[in-house]
Write a protein of this length. Sequence first.
Lengths: 518, 96
Amino acid sequence: MRKVNTLKNSVGREISDEILEQTGYKPFETTKIGHPEVTYTDHKVRVTKGDDKLVDSLEKVIKDNLKDGMTISFHHHFRNGDFVFNMVMDKIIKMGYKDLTLAPSSLTGIMNDKVIEGIKAGTITNITSSGMRGELGEAISHGLLKNPVIFRSHGNRARSIENGNIKIDVAFLGVPNSDRMGNANGMEGESAFGSLGYALVDAKYANKVVLVTDTIVDYPNTPASINQTQVDYVVKVDKVGDPDRIGGGATRFTKDPKELKIAKTVSDVIVSSPYFKQDFSFQTGTGGASLAVTRFLRQAMLDQGITASFTCGGTTSPIVELLEEGLVKKVMDVQDFDKGAASSMKSNPGQAEIDGSWYADPDNKGAMVDQLDVAILSALELDTDFNVNVLTGSNGEIRGAVGGHQDAGTAKMTIISTPLTRGRIATIVPKVNSVTTPGSSIDVVVTEVGVAVNPARQDLIECFKKHPSINLMTIEELQERAEKIVGKPEKIEYTDRTVALVEYRDGTLIDEIKQVKD
Amino acid sequence: MEIKQTALAGTLESSDVQITLSKGQGINIDLNSSVEELYGKQIKKVITDTLAKYEITDANVKVVDKGALDCVIKARMMAVIQRALGTADQPNWEVL
């Protein structure tokens, strides 16, 4: 093995000199953003009166606008019901394009095969995404792509598009409806998915904006989340998505006693904290346990007569129910995780569509996450320094997404809710495989056996001591407890080749993910 | 001890392990585990240790593991061994 010179960043991750030199990255230092003065990038506008926008040939649009080496973008709001990504990428690959940079808001499972095909064909040579899973994550972890993938949080993606680190040449944005001029939203039509949040940044900054839709409605179409001043083409296709796979039905309320215990404890932690007061704000994730938190929290709000000023981030049906009950005043909605949340947007004026920048961008004049009191997040792994990994699995392969994790981590109290172990895999470990969110962002860890508070938050420790229902433990005690159950795992072996770079939300390098040894 | 018949214990559920024990020469372990990179060696150790306690020196062991803990692997091993030896109704408590 050749000698690699490295330096350690402030979360103790080794970053190779070679990468720093080649990419010009600075190593991660701090979660504090400060008040830098930044310059937003310019973008080209082809002036038109709009009569030539509506076309039915995707090939012609691609041929007239795309060149080798360009950057293309997509959104992932159709989730696993997406037809647009595969439709467009298939044509681009068949037309023989080379050296494209793929810059979607994220990659869902249904896109995996097409991305792999595109890499093998030489069409895709660079990728930046929030995450990737399944076969694609596996393939990347075993060295399929020559250039490292760059992982960015949702807020950092907005920031990088604004500052030109991601310079989108052509954005292909699927929408469930549009008029002939490009006024479109995500709320109506057979394949409605609710908020267009992440795509709105692309529509604003891409040099060319191509809407792909199966439903042309009368002009002018309102509400217009994306509007005609931003759109170059509207391409009519047969079908943009599979409504049954866009958002699952409402996730069932968990009956798992372990998940319920965790959810109840998370709710107790919130209620016992100084942040639980009139007009507080919070963000929850998805999954059974998270939905259960919402239910327990609802009861506590009713009992104490407290209402929340807003929730933000990804929206689920139980959150919409809180809105409809008047327990939450506004739902600041950047994406919708289920059908109920997606379809309620058009009827609930309090469920407001926000874009990726408004939601979580660190380099603007104030994002929603900066106003958050409480964030409840999950983790694949968390270590005794409170560093969180949501990107790489226990075998070292990429199987997750940064999402809004780093962004929501700026909340006044960030809670990680996680079981102590998953099967034979410990969740609380001595050192995480890779760092996504730095420990200094994390305040409380809730497991089924106990609650650990970051020692930097003595105020919270003092506060929770007064509540006997909260079983305080140290993070080291939790880690030892987990290891006692599952045993000590062997170390994963990596080569010295870098397959992915993980940016912190300010664009510094928080980690480098290495190729897994076969 | 000599194996009299092929036996099976366990399921393919998450956190369980399914073990098939049959006649063989020497100990051959065919391990397929969802946590092989992390716990492969440890799983094999529990299997060989349990076989040794029953003084079994010749056996083919097919293991399909779904992340079972050591205590589960040991329990499934004891069950499959006693079934293979035809002694399932006389648990060997000393092995515990």
